[in-house]
Design a protein. Structure first.
Length: 538
């Protein structure tokens, strides 16, 4: 943890030391310790339309204890996997805390997952219990016969057939539940990777993962927590970005978190929410920021009191970086990580660590580099793979039942990310894209980020994505998929204008030789562009 704001980045990085206790339980740390100090302190502000329900730390402690007690009576034991299939809501936080106190393993699942995605994860993890709502119950109904280990279902909408009621379980449970005595390496949660290269894999994390995240939250949020801080993210709490970058660290520091259900990201609703709830800290993925950028006269229509704004998950780009300064009067601090080892590179404008187009420098406590296939360090500006050195408290324990895949993740003690980047002479890291996103055209390796950043500068482009399309002569060509701004109609003339615009500003080998207009950009639940679906369109 970063205890005192240092004078500069070098001193902070050089003198940082980890303090990982021999015994640690996430559930106790984020609920019970604050409940003992300030029981009425707000933990969750649950927004449903115009209604706001406040859950205090004492209520979080008691409800999680009661739920843990009832789950144990129902048969959930230490090490069992318990899935949570719910949108952003207070019950998600209560469920997570209860599972950690049980010594079980939380398995967050995105509410937008379809039947096939759920079936794979529930079966692969051997889930014992599922906490969901009536929508989730309907999704898993056709799967129940194949889910041999699933014996307990709980619905936040009340008892339903064989499903137990969430509120009823809390009512019947014991408030004096004693949490399991867990160590930092005991399993606490499992988050499945996106499956961009093969089937999704369950990244298993120990209780230390929360402690490992703290510097990576404090650094881009510039001394977090500060007085009156209040955190919100549109990112699903089922994703590492929502759960470990926002929800759990905020509760650990006693900062209230805003919960708001979004079926799809609505930029006007997001700006209104930040204004109404007096949000001071936000994590907003780059694609969502680009959508905010499209809101007409947002500065005149909405007022905010943001202290910090951070972004990550994909490349932010210089265009959105500059827009953030103009729109919010602050610097968007970009950060980087992945499900297996999150928040290891970041920016912190308050310490002078900020550069347009860069994901920042190594967060204090982490050793990162850009390496070659043999594990040696790349030279300045030499492209390579971003990697993190083990041991590291934020690093995963391994892939669930995939020892071989876990071993393949490492080159010596370097955990590889599959992400391409480069490091400049000042230590800033620049992200190109995942190995499978890099476009190989006429001998050039082209990252989509720079092209997409350039596309956003065109007056007609609201969202743009660049992918490689197979080509008999060049190997691949760059193809751009465009969502236009209101008032601009797709046409061959507009496509040609966009092509010329990029060619003039970048180079002849980087401009999109094909342009396709689409109504909606395919996005993951975490707000990343699903380039695979675009590539499949040919």
């Amino acid at each position: 943890m970063l205890r005192e704001p240092p004078a500069n980045y070098r001193d902070l990085y050089t003198h940082f030391e980890w303090d990982i206790p021999a015994r640690f339980n996430i559930g106790v740390a984020v609920a019970d310790e604050w409940a003992a100090r300030e029981p009425e302190r707000p933990a969750i502000l649950d927004v449903q339309g115009d209604d706001i329900t406040t859950v205090t730390f004492e209520e979080l402690r008691q409800r999680s204890n009661r739920l843990a007690s009832s789950l144990r009576k129902a048969g959930v034991a230490r090490g069992d996997r318990v899935a949570i299939l719910l949108p952003q809501m207070a019950e998600v936080a209560i469920a997570h805390v209860a599972i950690y106190k049980l010594g079980a393993i939380a398995l967050p699942l995105a509410a937008l997952f379809g039947v096939e995605a759920l079936a794979y994860r529930l079966q692969d993890a051997g889930v014992r219990a599922l906490i969901t709502d009536h929508i989730g119950l309907a999704k898993i109904a056709p799967l129940r016969a194949a889910l041999n280990n699933l014996s307990i279902t709980v619905s936040t909408d009340g008892p339903d057939g064989s499903a137990l009621g969430f509120a009823q379980m809390i009512e019947q449970g014991q408030a004096d539940f004693i949490a399991e005595d867990t160590g930092p390496d005991d399993p606490a949660m499992m988050i499945y990777t996106s499956g961009t290269t093969g089937p999704p894999k369950g990244a298993l994390h120990g209780h230390r993962v929360l402690l490992g995240h703290l510097p990576g939250v404090q650094f881009p949020h510039e001394g977090f927590p500060r007085s009156k801080d209040r955190f919100w993210t549109p990112a699903d709490w089922a994703w590492a970005g929502g759960l470990l970058n926002v929800l759990l660290p905020s509760l650990y520091f006693g900062v209230s978190v805003v919960a708001r259900r979004f079926d799809r990201f609505d930029p006007d609703a997001a700006l209104d929410l930040m204004q109404r709830l007096d949000v001071r800290n936000a994590f907003i993925p780059p694609t969502a920021l680009r959508m905010l950028r499209s809101v007409h006269q947002s500065g005149q229509r909405y007022k905010h009191r943001l202290r910090t704004l951070a972004s990550g998950g994909e490349s932010l780009g210089a265009e959105v970086y500059q827009w953030g300064r103009e729109a919010f009067g602050l610097t968007i601090n970009e950060f980087y990580g992945q499900t297996e080892c999150n928040l290891v590179l970041a920016s912190c404008a308050a310490l002078g660590v900020s550069r347009a187009g860069s994901i920042g420098k190594a967060v204090p406590g982490h050793i990162c580099d850009v390496i070659r296939p043999d594990g040696t360090s790349c030279q300045v500006d030499e492209p390579g793979q971003i990697a993190v050195l083990r041991p590291d408290p934020v690093m995963f324990l391994g892939y669930w039942n995939r020892e071989e895949a876990t071993a393949e993740k490492f080159i010596g003690d370097w955990m590889t990310t599959g992400d391409q980047g480069r490091r400049d002479e000042d230590g800033y890291v620049f992200f190109f894209g995942r190995d499978d996103d890099v476009i190989n055209s006429s001998g050039y390796r082209i990252g989509p980020g720079e092209i997409e950043d350039c596309l956003l500068k065109h007056p007609a482009v609201q969202l743009g994505a660049a992918v490689g399309k197979p080509d008999a002569i060049r190997g691949e060509i760059v193809k751009a998929f465009i969502v236009t701004k209101p008032g601009f109609a797709p046409s061959p003339e507009l496509a040609a204008d966009i092509q010329a615009f990029v060619r003039e500003r970048l180079s002849a080998h980087e401009y999109p030789r094909e342009v396709a207009f689409i109504d909606q950009m395919p996005l993951t639940t975490s707000g990343k562009v699903i380039r695979r679906l675009l590539r499949d369109q040919g």
